[in-house]
Design a protein. Structure first.
Length: 298
């Protein structure tokens, strides 16, 4: 069975992008349900799929994050990876769907879990807001705060990959992707065609789709009067090529294949490179036998 992609909210499980997109396992109310029930559900996923990648947004409530770490510790298993992207809600949902697409391919669990950290660089996430007075996840200057109280003001905000904020007007521009993407749009209580009629053409998006606004978006952006958007690479072949073109390594601790310098499953970082003093015969002057030659106590 393919590696399971689990999420902490149903809003993160977008409709399939194509016929190969696998469903997400939704860990509903994981912080509110009895611990033994949540533990049993996660154990079933491990037994059924071998490995589980749980995507939990960085902005998730603290009780959710604590419960996930508790479950993983109780299972004493390196087959559960906790991936916490620092993205707005819609961007997180898009990234989850890309992982669900890749889960149908011949990628090992460690490479698939590491792929999220790679693919996040190809997302552009932002929103059109009626006010930035309560926006605390993107730097906002005093002038923008003052202008947000002017009736009818609207602001275009890019949260990822680089924060940007502009007041909507004839010269309003956001720096977008330099490669072909699709755009997903989620409309809240704000009425405007700026995202679809101005931003999308300026970014030369290849296609545009709409989806319901995630429940966590108003809290993340500080207002319910918004239109959230995210550009992404939709084609599985392109995603697969990106992931497989990156050099792979092997985790020195658990032995699983990984991309990057840290294993997502056991969290082990690569060992520090040996200095000359750590090599045989490299004993420091004035020191006794080097620590590598000592027998650990016990």
């Amino acid at each position: 069975m393919p590696t399971a992609i689990a999420v902490t909210s149903a809003d993160l499980a977008l409709p399939p992008q194509d016929e190969r997109t696998l469903p997400a396992a939704v860990l509903r109310d994981i912080d509110a349900r009895p611990l033994d029930q949540a533990l049993a559900d996660l154990q079933v996923l491990i037994e059924r799929h071998g490995h589980v990648i749980v995507v939990c947004p960085r902005a998730a409530p603290t009780p959710v994050q604590r419960r996930l770490h508790t479950l993983r510790n109780l299972l004493e298993s390196d087959r559960v990876a906790l991936f916490r992207p620092d993205l707005p809600p819609l961007g997180t949902a898009v990234l989850v769907r890309q992982l669900r697409q890749l889960a149908s391919c011949d990628l090992s669990p460690g490479v698939l879990a590491s792929a999220g950290r790679l693919l996040v660089h190809y997302l552009h996430c932002g929103a059109l807001l009626n006010s930035v007075a309560r926006l605390d996840r993107v730097p906002v200057g005093l002038k923008s705060h003052a202008k947000s109280w002017v009736p009818g003001s609207q602001f275009a905000v890019l949260a990822h990959p680089e924060p940007q904020l502009v007041r909507i007007g004839p010269e309003a521009r956001l720096t977008g992707p330099e490669f072909g993407t699709w755009m997903l749009v989620a409309k809240g209580q704000l009425q405007s065609d700026w995202v679809t009629g101005t931003l999308a053409p300026a970014w030369n998006v290849l296609g545009l789709r709409e989806t319901p606004l995630p429940a966590d978006s108003p809290d993340w952006w500080g207002t319910g009067r918004l239109i959230e958007f995210c550009t992404y690479l939709p084609d599985l072949s392109v995603l697969y090529q990106l992931v497989t073109s990156v050099r792979r390594g092997t985790c020195h601790w658990c032995g699983i294949d990984v991309i990057g310098d840290r294993c997502v499953f056991c969290s082990a970082a690569p060992p520090a490179p040996e200095s000359p003093r750590d090599t045989p015969g490299g004993r420091r002057d004035g020191q006794g036998t080097h620590r590598r030659d000592r027998t650990p106590a016990g």
